[in-house]
Design a protein around this ligand. Structure first.
Ligand code: 13P
Ligand code: ZN
Length: 272
């Protein structure tokens, strides 16, 4: 079986294609990384070239030592992942110190992994630890409505969470841990990776003001679904604000009742 016929690769391509059609990935905007399972690593071993040079990650991700990630390339267009994966994405391996990575498949013709690799690996490291290895996906998208809201709402995770929850009844069930917000920062380095990482400790969704969103999840489908849910809520909020604002809404008591009915722990932090 060729790499491109493997299920995780097909899923990766499907999610990038879906995200492109959502309008979240203009030009090279956004990036996606997936941590391979042991079985997947064994299945692709024969295609890997382990001779390449290591490059510093910029942070230490010790608990990701010797892990393999399917990563989109820097400057590569998400819409082209389905056209040629080996030109636009690759498999990166983290070394045993957790300080460096090397490309072992794909990213041909001198391509490099996404410039947000540090934020991705920092988030993977935190989620691997927090979820006992369950979470395997980090997705960064330039979601239009969520970005628009960062120009009008206070850049405060509590405010964003409550507003987004109110826009669709199932939101607190889909993201009960709420969203974190990083104020505007220079993208593509260790500083924004650290700020994102701090918020990933408590949330699966981190909004980058005036830039986009980071989502973390167990599978490619669930992570895409999370991004889609938050962005749809943001779209409703943009419409509501454009129509003059809320005239009625879901109350704190409604959220408590929802939590009970769906057996989800909805934090009182957001229900003041
Ligand atoms: P890359 O092309 O390096 O992945 O960068 C795109 C992006 O969205 C930066 O935040
Ligand atoms: Zn971006």
């Amino acid at each position: 079986m060729m790499i491109e016929d493997m299920k995780f690769v097909k899923n990766f391509k499907k999610i990038t294609n879906d995200a492109w059609f959502k309008g979240w990935h203009e030009r090279n905007g956004g990036n996606l990384t997936y941590r391979l399972t042991e079985d997947e690593v064994s299945a692709v071993k024969g295609f890997m070239n382990e001779d390449s040079e290591f490059t510093p990650i910029g942070i230490n991700v010790k608990n990701l030592a010797n892990e393999y990630f399917l990563v989109t390339g820097s400057g590569k267009f998400i819409r082209n992942m389905t056209v040629s994966l080996e030109e636009n994405a690759g498999i990166a391996k983290v070394d045993e110190t957790g300080e460096n990575y090397k490309i072992v498949w794909g990213l041909i013709n001198g391509a490099k992994p996404t410039s947000e690799l540090t934020s991705h690996l920092m988030s993977h490291s935190i989620k691997k630890e927090k979820t006992n290895g369950e979470y395997r996906v980090i997705m960064h998208s330039h979601t239009t409505n969520t970005i628009a809201l960062t120009f009008v709402l206070p850049l405060d995770g509590k405010v964003f969470t409550r507003e987004l929850w109110e826009m669709a009844t199932e939101c607190p069930v889909v993201f009960p841990s709420g969203v974190g917000v990083v104020p505007w920062m220079v993208p593509g380095g260790a500083a924004i990776a650290r700020e994102t990482g701090k918020l990933m400790n408590d949330h699966d969704v981190v909004i980058w003001a005036h830039h986009g969103m980071f989502c973390a999840g167990e599978t490619l489908d669930l992570t895409f679904g999370l991004m889609d849910t938050v962005e749809k809520s943001a779209e409703i909020l943009v419409k509501v604000l454009s129509m003059g604002g809320k005239k009625q809404t879901i109350t704190s008591q409604n959220f408590r009742d929802l939590g009970k009915a769906f057996n989800v722990d909805i934090s009182e932090d957001y229900l003041g």
